[in-house]
Design a protein around this ligand. Structure first.
Ligand SMILES: NC(=O)c1ccc[n+]([C@@H]2O[C@H](COP(=O)([O-])OP(=O)(O)OC[C@H]3O[C@@H](n4cnc5c(N)ncnc54)[C@H](OP(=O)(O)O)[C@@H]3O)[C@@H](O)[C@H]2O)c1
Length: 358
């Protein structure tokens, strides 16, 4: 399925924002993972260009969020910016940040949230303070908890606004390298010891890195891929619970290949090698500028010409976007399977020790 529009891989996000300015003007938008030279800041900048009422920018470093706000203010001084400090890897920090939003009467509704923050390829196995592998804790569990806690304000927006209320989960084409490891979230098993439907794609991984990872219990890319699959499955679940009932839609997005700080754990030669191999694997090798990398997050958040996500089949369609269009062809079946989405929801509730009945 394709959405017909004139945007593509290299459209700057600001152009997308200008085309759907009504979805932004006067609205309240939250972005996670905003720091200098990041996709979060570029996405925020596109939104800022169309006069939202509130831009709530979250990050784990107060300094980086402040620097980002100063950057935005230099171009768009008349917007109300809010710095919200939240470490997504810490459930107590996430709960405190969500309480700040929920207790703030000057923010009665939240129209859009872009769950953009992420970490990739952390070289060694680390557990969060809550005992969860740090990549999964940051990229999925923190966003699951934060979004679910502030849902009442999104539901209120959907009930009172004529423009889209959306939840965007920033994923990656890298999800294709692994399903969620439901039975081994904290990496204690070799791939061959996992149930078949939870195993990483060793062939693709070897081709990508040039090394065999068959005996690796933990490998940095093994932890990134399931977390990015979880981002898509979380969108599937949100649509099942919120789309028909409240008119809230969730999309998962692949931004493209963009030179940001996401590569901080890799050497320049690792990156060069990875790009070469990605190209050989047949994935889109187009290098995007940051403003272009933010285009699909912006598009998914505000476009009014996007169809509803079709959740009626076991394999959900229309939930994954890349280059400003729906991209069903490049999303793995394990990332759009509604049974896996349900399993992830239950596991996530267990990990945050809270049930969300929607
Ligand atoms: N760039 C690409 O080519 C590419 C491709 C596919 C998908 N993506 C996805 O795009 C998203 C944005 O990444 P990016 O490329 O802009 O990378 P980035 O420059 O590294 O930005 C990631 C942001 O997430 C924040 N973050 C990391 N851990 C956090 C935590 N525990 N709590 C709160 N915030 C945290 C970072 O803050 P600190 O600076 O303080 O760490 C930073 O602001 C990610 O989800 C990534 O997976 C990127």
């Amino acid at each position: 399925m394709e959405t017909s529009n004139h945007f593509g891989a290299l459209t700057p996000a600001a152009e997308v924002a200008a085309a759907f300015s009504n979805s932004i003007k006067g609205k309240t938008i939250i972005l996670t993972g905003v720091s200098p030279k990041s996709l979060g800041l570029a996405t925020a900048s596109a939104f800022a260009s169309q006069s939202p009422a509130n831009l709530i920018l979250t990050g784990r470093s107060a300094e980086k969020v402040e620097a980002s706000i100063n950057d935005l203010k230099s171009n768009y001084p008349n917007i109300k910016y809010h710095a919200l400090i939240m470490d997504l890897a810490s459930q107590s920090s996430v709960r405190a940040a969500a309480a700040t939003i929920n207790d703030d009467d000057s923010i009665p509704t939240v129209d859009i949230i872009v769950n953009n923050a992420g970490v990739m390829a952390i070289p060694d196995l680390n557990l969060s303070e809550d005992g969860i592998e740090i990549t999964f804790a940051t990229n999925h569990i923190g966003h699951f908890l934060f979004t679910n806690l502030i849902l009442p304000k999104l539901i209120k927006a959907a009930q009172t606004s004529s423009t889209p209320t959306r939840i965007i989960n920033v994923s990656s084409f890298g999800h294709q390298f692994s399903p969620v490891r439901f039975s081994d979230i904290n990496f204690s098993k070799r791939p061959s010891d996992l149930p078949e439907e939870e195993r990483p794609d060793l062939q693709k991984t070897e081709f990508f890195t040039g090394n065999s990872h068959a005996d690796d219990i933990y490998y940095g890319f093994f932890s990134y891929a399931p977390s990015k699959t979880a981002n898509i499955l979380y969108s599937v679940s949100l649509n099942q619970r919120l789309q028909e009932k409240y008119g809230i839609t969730s999309f998962a997005v692949h931004p493209g290949a963009v030179n940001t700080n996401i590569n901080r754990h890799a050497t320049p030669s690792d990156i060069e090698q990875a790009h070469k191999r990605v190209k050989e694997l047949g994935f889109d090798p187009t290098q995007k500028a940051i403003e272009q990398g933010a285009n699909t997050s912006a598009f998914a958040a505000i476009a009014t010409n996007l169809p509803s996500v079709n959740t009626s089949e076991t394999q959900v369609k229309g939930v994954y976007l890349a280059d400003c269009e729906i991209d069903d062809a490049n999303v793995a079946a394990f990332a759009t399977n509604s049974a896996f989405a349900e399993r992830l929801w239950t596991l996530s509730e267990e990990l945050v020790k809270q049930k969300f009945e929607l």
